[in-house]
Design a protein around this ligand. Sequence first.
Ligand code: NAD
Ligand code: IPM
Ligand code: MN
Length: 377
Amino acid sequence: NKQANIALMPGDGIGVEVMAEAERVLTFLRDQDDLPLSWEVLDWPSTAWHQQHGQMMPDDAMDQVRRYDALLLGALGDPGPLSEPDRYCLPDGISLAPLLRFRKGLDLWACERPARLLPGAPRYLADPRAADIDMLVIRENSEGEYVNQGGRLGQGTPHEVATQLEVFTRRGTERLIRHAFRAARLRLEHHDEKRSFYCSEKGQAPAQVCLITKRNAQPAWGELYTEVFAEVAKEFPEIGLRHELVDAACMKFVQCPWEFDVVVASNLHGDILTDLAAVLSGGLGLAPSCNINPDSRESPALFEPTHGSAPDIAGQGKANPAAMLLTAAMMLTYLGHSSSAERLRNAVAADLLASEGQVRSCREVTAGILEHMQNQA
Ligand code: NAD
Ligand code: IPM
Ligand code: MN
């Protein structure tokens, strides 16, 4: 494995807090496992940087980030509470723009968000089968509802019309769906008998890709997705096929989430479904995420937890760093350090079990995880 240089971008709110913990853990793993890793902590993109410079990041930010092997981002966004009108804050349209620019500008067209309920994690579903939730949501990350084309006509007038265009390309759809089938193929060997049992009861295939659309109301892209899905599926005869309309999918995520395997969704549907999937698997405090280009390593991949900057708990030491640490584990795997990644994931899992029900600070959770890693050595 060659030397990798990473950019750590804490961002705003709890992003800063959980990034400090990620750095502690990365330092530990680098030293213990002799990892050829180095990193730089960037103070942009962030609202703090905006306060000094009038923008979220430097003009040459895209050139700068391209020099790294991977990017780890905390979270962005500091809309500010209504109760503190004097605090420097920004509308989300400004503070979140860098994130969308990284995804698009670095062509990181796939977003992977695994949802697996670890023993000891907070459980929001009473059904015992919820212990077997293990799905992977793959979200389109470069187009669709997020192209940000449109605008407001007659702003402020009674006749105002706002338009927000959605763009879905065949190329973007095909690469996304093929990636979802490949991911399902990679997961095949990990399926256990319980999943087969649950699925056979419902006539579902245990290894499956579930396509999400809203083709009853949005037929143009819904039909494009459906058609491409059927074509690509022919290359993967061992994988079961399923389709759910997004509203019914939300219902079934809550009712029988253990029946889902790989789920493939558009940018916006994927965004919404992954907050829901996060809650099913212990909450946003445990939900990792990565933005990748599965076909190319030309640009660095971007790793960030699914959660945001959580202004409601920022500055109080209450954030759970586990989502960020599991995200760092995804990054380590991407960089070729899968045994260190496994070590970190095992420690997060062991710590969850050992600390069930305890209320701990961000630092205390990391301390617990570090202790488990020490003991594994
Ligand atoms: P959020 O994910 O920040 O928070 C939602 C809820 O989950 C809050 O109650 C929060 O306290 C809780 N939560 C989130 N992460 C947690 C953690 N690690 N530990 C414990 N609790 C956690 O979503 P929001 O409140 O809708 O958005 C806040 C800001 O973050 C907005 O500006 C939004 O645009 C932005 N945002 C940024 C990203 C990103 O940078 N990737 C992602 C989502 C939202
Ligand atoms: C996420 C976030 C972003 C998204 C926002 C902050 C633009 O919610 O990464 O899930 O919608 O993609
Ligand atoms: Mn989101």
